[in-house]
Design a protein around this ligand. Structure first.
Ligand SMILES: [Zn+2]
Length: 470
């Protein structure tokens, strides 16, 4: 009867990718053949911050309300979320309260360390702050590899050293986890590794022949599969080493794949459909100039250096985010900042203007029906369009836009305007070419792995299997 558990979260590990590369991933393949590797749905939007928070607490995103995403193109506009909700409410807190000795290493966002029944070692969410622990008597902080969120932003010419450095860092994090894990007997251990997500965001285009920014030279062609191989090997080692005493559960917060190469101009669609008034000629001209420049930089393969230059102008940030195109407050309907240039988007209805409930319901219904009909070149663009109440129920449901939509993965939201176009290209694909997918993965030593299904169930699952065993 095993009750002791090692739980490992590998950020951004993708189910589909593993299925397509089983021949190169012997341990994952063995688990798959034993029916101990299965898809795991993420949350909406499929981002690390809402998903890890859901995994920690068992709360859905409308219950915990932490929806921010990490903008890899703009660290100045850093996430400022209130993560205090996580402290004391995680699965390791529950298990610790039930008398189990826990060891927690590199839990993303759970910072600084708090009192747990055992040992917690964590790093800052983003830049600033040192590694933190509740037991400084047990931990040599200076000997630890960097942990926590990472903020380096490699350019094309730095990509090989970024890859090597991040692979080494991943291995050091596994080694540091095992070093402290072996020092004391624990009933439950949690390890978080965020490097797979970062590596896929930056390295995807070097590895994907179907990507329009795939380089002709052979640089980094194997980088993503090598990262998966590193994860496969470490998981095999950990299971091999501990399986007599521990059940091992490994999962991701979302999947990963080629990031969108096309954009959908939501505001142009809202204008066309008559939901909002047209923008001023001046705003249209600024937007036109911006997109013309990005298209040009894309064609000459100079997006990285060109946009770096552009960032020096003070207006650039506002222009990049199209913040000024439509200010919220004046329109009955607007497209708020939601998930960046990704397939998830939202539309908010201004209840100061649309006060009547029947009018509101009718407007929602009308937008949903018409948005669902959007086609590009004859193909439907929307996977689904929903009212937020049909997504998740919870006290923070209004952190979501009134209407949420999910496009096919090749499309991302652009809240700017480019003439009368409804679709454009995502020039930033040159810089961030990997993007999150809804389907992550779960695997491990137990036969009931495929019953978990969604990150919404991971918290309860970990507690059930650790307390009761079977
Ligand atoms: Zn993630």
């Amino acid at each position: 009867m095993k009750r002791k558990t090692i739980a490992i979260l590998l950020d951004g590990l993708d189910y589909r990718y593993i299925m397509d590369h089983l021949d190169q991933l012997p341990f994952f393949r063995r688990l798959y053949e034993e029916k101990k590797l299965a898809p795991l749905d993420s949350v909406v939007p499929a981002d690390s911050i809402p998903s890890w928070t859901t995994i920690y607490t068992g709360l859905n995103p409308a219950e915990h309300g932490i929806l921010e995403s990490i903008d890899y193109l703009d660290f100045k506009n850093k996430v400022k979320g209130d993560y205090s909700l996580i402290q004391g409410n995680t699965f390791w807190d529950m298990l610790g309260d039930a008398g189990m000795k826990v060891f927690v290493f590199n839990p993303f966002m759970a910072y600084p360390a708090w009192d747990v029944n055992g040992l917690m070692i964590c790093g800052p969410v983003f830049e600033g702050g040192d590694v933190s622990t509740n037991r400084s008597d047990m931990v040599d902080l200076k000997a630890l590899p960097p942990i926590g969120g990472m903020v380096d932003h490699p350019k094309d010419k730095e990509m090989e050293s970024f890859f090597e450095r991040t692979m080494e860092l991943s291995q050091k994090q596994f080694d540091a986890f095992l070093y402290y894990f072996d020092k004391q007997p624990y009933d439950f251990a949690f390890l978080g590794i965020t490097t797979p997500d970062r590596m896929q965001h930056f390295l995807w285009r070097y590895t994907d022949p179907g990507d329009r920014t795939y380089p002709k030279n052979e640089k980094l062609r194997e980088s993503v599969i090598q990262m998966y191989e590193l994860m496969d090997k470490n998981m095999a080692d950990i299971v091999q080493r501990y399986q007599d005493r521990y059940q091992v559960i490994v999962f991701s917060d979302h999947g990963h794949g080629r990031r969108c190469e096309k954009t959908f101009f939501i505001n142009e669609w809202l204008i066309r459909e008559g939901f909002i008034k047209d923008s001023s000629v001046r705003k249209r001209m600024i937007e036109y100039a911006k997109h013309l420049m990005l298209d040009f930089l894309d064609r000459i393969h100079m997006v990285e250096s060109g946009t770096a230059l552009f960032k020096r102008f003070s207006i650039a940030h506002k222009v990049k985010n199209a913040e000024y195109v439509f200010e919220s407050g004046s329109e009955a309907v607007y497209a708020p900042k939601f998930d960046g240039t990704n397939p998830y988007g939202g539309i908010t209805i201004n209840r100061d203007i649309v006060t009547d409930q029947a009018d509101y319901d009718e407007l929602c219904q009308n937008i949903i029906e018409r948005l669902a009909l959007v086609k590009d070149d004859g193909h439907p663009v929307m996977r689904w369009v929903k009212r937020r109440d049909d997504l998740y129920k919870g006290t923070h449901a209004d952190n979501y836009p009134d209407i949420v939509y999910c496009m096919e993965p090749e499309y991302g939201v652009d809240r700017g305007l480019y003439g009368r176009r409804l679709f454009g290209i995502n020039a930033m694909h040159w810089i961030i070419s990997g993007g999150h997918r809804y389907t992550g993965v779960i695997m491990g030593t137990r036969d009931d792995i495929s019953s978990v299904g969604s990150v919404l169930n991971v918290h309860d699952y970990l507690i059930d299997i650790s307390r009761d065993g079977d």
